[in-house]
Design a protein around this ligand. Structure first.
Ligand SMILES: Cc1cc2nc3c(=O)[nH]c(=O)nc-3n(C[C@H](O)[C@H](O)[C@H](O)COP(=O)(O)OP(=O)(O)OC[C@H]3O[C@@H](n4cnc5c(N)ncnc54)[C@H](O)[C@@H]3O)c2cc1C
Length: 423
């Protein structure tokens, strides 16, 4: 029996911070506190899809979690989608139809709120921006930008793509080359979005695109395009994703007709969708294209009593819609590991075991997600914009994500922990 609880600070109150707070607060010998830099715990209004596997992991942490998302976060079933060729001589050809995958789609704000509703509000601390971390032999000292400080037995970094905790874990001793190697970097793609009323989308894209309720993805040379009904079928989210060659440091560019014509192959504009989608992108005030960044390599997710989860550990491109699901898997595995230790002295082993099983899994998703973006943009030299080859490659790239056996994965982490503690 432990006399005093293991005290853990979670840095960051986004999806990863919220879900790991749910996982850790259930452990009787853990006291968890969550620190978020923003003035309140909130998420921007974009949509997010959680796959069947992500929901399974969620249910392990919050029983009836999927139901909670339906009732409290307005989640709806992820519908079917169709991938077709959008440019070149094969424009219009079907690549594949993907049935709804028993996942759920929702907006991020209500998702975060629903997850946080299941933890005591007293453990949530807003307006606390982590400034520095220092590990001592027996704990971790953290200091915040507001001048306050605290000491914990361990720190879990859930502070997103440009994580301060990640810098502590990976970039010790001000090693500039490590920062270049392991900091976030461009994937090689940028995207522009516009949300338009359904009547307008039908008028520009044509009624045929809306006869069946499904998301469409058009693959082609230089980029790909997507359109999907959202907000109870009243609005259409349109996305043009382009190959990036210029890499602006602020990760933004102003999108003009010239910019789009330069990156998308000319045959997009004679195809079934290209010209229309470009019109929709340009029909908004200040269209901006945002670069997509990722963590290409990460040599470890843990250092001593500090551990990384979510985007702080493994930012992936959005092309497989999997980053949020990975954060839920992280919380599931970490919760089980920390349930299985019996003293703060075993935290380092638990974090090493977490790293051993989670890093290969998440790196594989980062790599297939990047490859999926390249595939849909006609950048895979063996596939080009050939519909049959693309369909086969899609199976390979997507197949592994939901094939993970969650219970076996958890057991592998627990076995690793046992091995480490035995030494
Ligand atoms: C366009 C796009 C579409 C996507 N679509 C999907 C999808 O459909 N499905 C899916 O599963 N995933 C999707 N993802 C990925 C998913 O959104 C992310 O993986 C997930 O939101 C990461 O959550 P996080 O909590 O790790 O990071 P974040 O959401 O970035 O949260 C980090 C939190 O830490 C706080 N913070 C930062 N620094 C500090 C500090 N120093 N001190 C204290 N707090 C700090 C921030 O304010 C923030 O609240 C998508 C990503 C993108 C970019």
């Amino acid at each position: 029996m432990m006399t005093s609880p293991i005290r853990i600070a979670v840095i960051g109150g986004g999806l990863a911070g919220a879900i790991v707070a749910n996982a850790l607060r259930k452990i009787p010998h853990v006291d968890v506190q969550v620190y978020e830099s923003a003035p309140e715990f909130s998420e921007r209004g974009l949509g997010i899809g959680l796959s069947k596997l992500a929901l399974q992991a969620l249910e392990e942490i919050i029983p009836s979690g999927a139901n909670l998302l339906r009732t409290d976060a307005g989640a709806v079933d992820i519908g079917a989608s169709r991938i077709a060729i959008g440019s070149g001589p094969k424009a219009g050809e079907l690549v594949c139809d993907i049935p709804g995958d028993e996942g759920l789609a929702m907006t991020r704000g209500p998702l975060l709120k629903a997850l946080l509703s299941r933890v005591p509000s007293g453990i949530l601390h807003a307006a606390k921006k982590l400034a520095s971390i220092e590990q001592t032999g027996s704990g971790v000292n953290i200091a915040f930008e507001d001048g306050t400080a605290a000491t914990f037995d361990a720190v879990v970094g859930a502070d997103g793509i440009f994580s301060t905790v990640r810098k502590h874990v990976l970039l010790r001793d001000d090693d500039v080359s490590a920062e270049e190697q392991h900091g976030a970097s461009p994937v090689g793609g940028w995207e522009c979005r516009n949300l338009v009323p359904v009547a307008k989308a039908k008028a520009v894209l044509g009624e045929a695109s809306f006869e069946v309720d499904r998301e469409y993805c058009w693959a082609g040379e230089g980029g790909f395009m997507m359109h999907a009904l959202v907000e109870d079928g009243t609005m259409v989210q349109c996305i043009v994703a382009c190959v990036e060659t210029d890499f602006p440091p602020d990760r933004k560019r102003i999108v003009t007709r010239e910019v789009l014509e330069e990156v998308l192959a000319p045959s997009w504009f004679d195809g079934p969708i290209g010209k229309q989608m470009v019109e929709i992108m340009l029909d908004q005030e200040n269209p901006i294209g945002y670069s997509i960044w990722e963590h290409k390599t990460t040599p470890t997710y843990s250092h001593g009593r500090v551990c990384l989860i979510g985007d702080a550990a493994h930012t992936t491109s959005p092309y497989q819609g999997a980053g949020g699901g990975l954060a839920i898997e992280d919380a599931f595995v970490l919760g089980n590991l920390l349930s299985s230790i019996s003293s703060a002295g075993e935290l380092e082993a638990a974090f090493k075991a977490f790293d051993a099983v989670r890093r290969p899994r998440c790196q594989a998703v980062i790599d297939t997600s990047r490859a999926s973006g390249q595939l849909l943009s006609g950048q895979n030299p063996e596939v080009g914009v050939d519909a049959d080859k693309m369909a086969k490659e899609m199976d390979v790239l997507f197949g592994h994500i939901d094939a993970l056996d969650l219970q076996a994965h958890k057991q592998a982490a627990l076995d690793e922990l046992r091995k480490l503690l035995a030494h």
